[in-house]
Ligand binder design. Structure first.
Ligand code: NDP
Ligand code: MG
Length: 393
């Protein structure tokens, strides 16, 4: 087995000390709760569990309101506890699932910030968390990472870019990192002239060129708010200033992200665009396990292209860089305003560029609170939602 340098691993702040081999072998099968099991990530997670059953056992699954889909999933995993999170007491049911004694890893795959409370409850109960819901790290990254450090549990990235960076950083000295380079497909409007963006419909925005995902994140990919949120997500996961997180457009979505080191060497992670791999890596980490995923055939890939993002036409990246540099409640405000604006766009209430406008104006109107605790973050989130809703009408 590869020797791991366990000293001074700032980029692996949530890595436990090595255990004896016997204990390790007994804990090879991760008992996993999937919150948001009926969504795009949730379904991929259940697929992974079927692919590597000796390494991943599903012990709990939740949906929000889609009871039929939850029942379907429960048929495949009859021993898993189930919960529906819509209606009265929904959050408590999620917390109950996230803290169930038999679980040791909780995958947060809920769209938006509904996973924050159960994620914090899981951490308090001493469980590792695997985070797909980038919104909770954007909103409350400092609180989540601090709680994980205090409890000595891992926060494992599931977002493909962050999983890629996590893989590139494995075993590296954090002092040797120069910058993180997030790749970005560019979304469906990568080549659309800026004057035509005003006419972009929800149907057009929902047609993603390379990834098949839930509606909210697909619209985020079209505005580049997805990459904007990911810059702030990286800031917290890897404890690095947001100005050292760069974005490059890579339309083929084969290179999932890269790390540049001080000696100017760049390490990248490549694979097909399938979320099963980052989900599996979070589950089996620090090991790699054989699976049934399609191998990369470089002779058939053709060319891999890279280009600069159109920051002026897609202002999400600049908004995130500013919010991420100031910190405090700015990222929570940005995230909340974006969620409200995406809903308004999908409902036909605002045009596509209205998403950026709503977020920018909400940021202007909401006060900044430095060093917020969880209550201050929740208050800023609520205020931003109400300001954004009044703007996006
Ligand atoms: P989907 O919309 O496909 O699925 C969302 C899941 O969350 C469903 O199970 C849904 O239940 C449940 N849900 C919805 N609202 C709530 C709520 N208020 N409280 C609790 N549960 C809720 O989303 P995705 O799977 O695409 O995305 C999930 C998260 O993962 C997002 O944060 C996204 O940014 C992130 N992500 C997704 C990627 C992808 O490839 N899809 C890639 C990287 C990150 P129901 O079915 O009952 O509505
Ligand atoms: Mg991503």
């Amino acid at each position: 087995m590869k020797a791991i340098n366990w000293r001074n691993l700032k980029f692996r702040p949530n890595v436990r000390k090595p255990r004896g081999l016997d204990t390790f072998m007994q804990t090879r099968t991760r008992k996993v709760v999937v919150l948001g099991a009926t969504g795009s990530i949730g379904k991929s997670a259940l697929k992974v569990a079927k692919d590597i059953p000796d390494r991943m056992r599903i012990v709990g699954i939740s949906a929000h309101s889609n009871a039929d889909a939850l029942a379907e999933a429960a048929k495949e995993f009859p021993n898993a506890k189930t919960a529906l999170s819509s209606g009265d007491g929904g959050q408590e049911r999620l917390v109950e699932l996230a803290t169930m004694p038999e679980a040791d890893l909780v995958l947060i795959a809920i769209v938006g910030t509904g996973g924050l409370k159960p994620a914090l409850a899981a951490i308090e109960a001493g469980k590792d968390i695997a985070v797909a819901s980038k919104e909770i790290l954007v909103m409350a990254g400092e609180v989540v990472m601090e709680a994980a450090r205090r409890k000595g549990v891992r926060v494992l990235p599931v977002d493909s870019e962050h999983s890629a960076i996590f893989q590139c950083l494995d075993g590296q000295d954090p002092q040797s990192v120069r910058r993180l380079i997030l790749t970005c497909s560019g979304g469906p409007f990568r080549k659309t002239p800026s004057h035509e963006l005003a006419h972009a419909t929800p149907e057009m925005a929902l047609r993603h060129p390379t990834w098949n995902m839930g509606r909210k994140i697909t619209v985020d990919s079209a505005t580049l708010f997805n990459k904007a949120l990911e810059m702030i997500e990286a800031r917290w996961l890897f404890d690095i200033g947001v100005h050292r997180v760069e974005v490059v457009v890579h339309p083929q979505s084969i290179v999932h992200s890269m790390v540049e080191f001080v000696d100017r060497s760049v390490i990248a992670q490549l694979s097909h665009s399938d979320m099963c791999l980052p989900i599996q890596y979070a589950v089996t980490y620090p090991e790699r396990v054989a699976n049934s995923l399609e191998p990369l055939d470089f002779t058939k890939l053709g060319s891999l292209e890279f280009e600069a993002p159109r920051r002026e036409d897609f202002p999400a990246l600049d908004l995130a860089e500013a919010a991420g540099s100031v910190g405090g409640t700015r990222p929570a405000v940005l995230n909340a305003a974006n969620e409200v604006a995406v809903e308004a766009f999908l409902a036909g209430r605002i045009p596509f560029p209205g998403i950026w406008k709503t977020v920018a104006e909400t940021l202007q109107r909401c006060p900044q609170v430095p060093k917020p605790d969880l209550d201050a973050i929740l208050a800023a989130d609520a205020e931003a939602r109400s300001v954004a809703a009044s703007l996006a009408n």
